[in-house]
Ligand binder design. Sequence first.
Ligand SMILES: [Zn+2]
Length: 157
Amino acid sequence: MTLPIEVIERIKVIETRKQDKVVKAYLTWKNNKIVAVQCKLCSSDITGLIETDDENEIEYTKLKNTTIKKVPMTYAYFANYMEIKIQFDDKTYHVTNLCKNCLKSFITFEELEYVYLCDLFQFEVNSKIGLGSEIDWETLKDRIPDKITETSDAGII
Ligand SMILES: [Zn+2]
């Protein structure tokens, strides 16, 4: 599977308009799980692995006079994590994420288009490594982002 020609053309247009932006993947996978997400607009980490604070998961091993503490990592949404719901010209919706800081500033049409194309690019990357769900390119390839209709910092959209 490769990106539909319509999506490739849209990527060319947005990369020409926004010379500082290249449509890119933003997920880090490890053992078939997402372990980090970057903001598509500024590349700051919005989720990732942190040391667990669950005392039940922390292992202590005594070795002679030393205690070794083993702290497992856990996946976490960072304080700057935000979700947005994008409405398209065909009245369909798409939920994606950005950082709080980028969302504070005015998001232009070009930025919304860029964010959406990064998502389509990421879907394609996921499919190449055998992850993610089936991609309905017929629905996704032509729809144009219209506006953000909802935002949330709790991942509830
Ligand atoms: Zn950002």
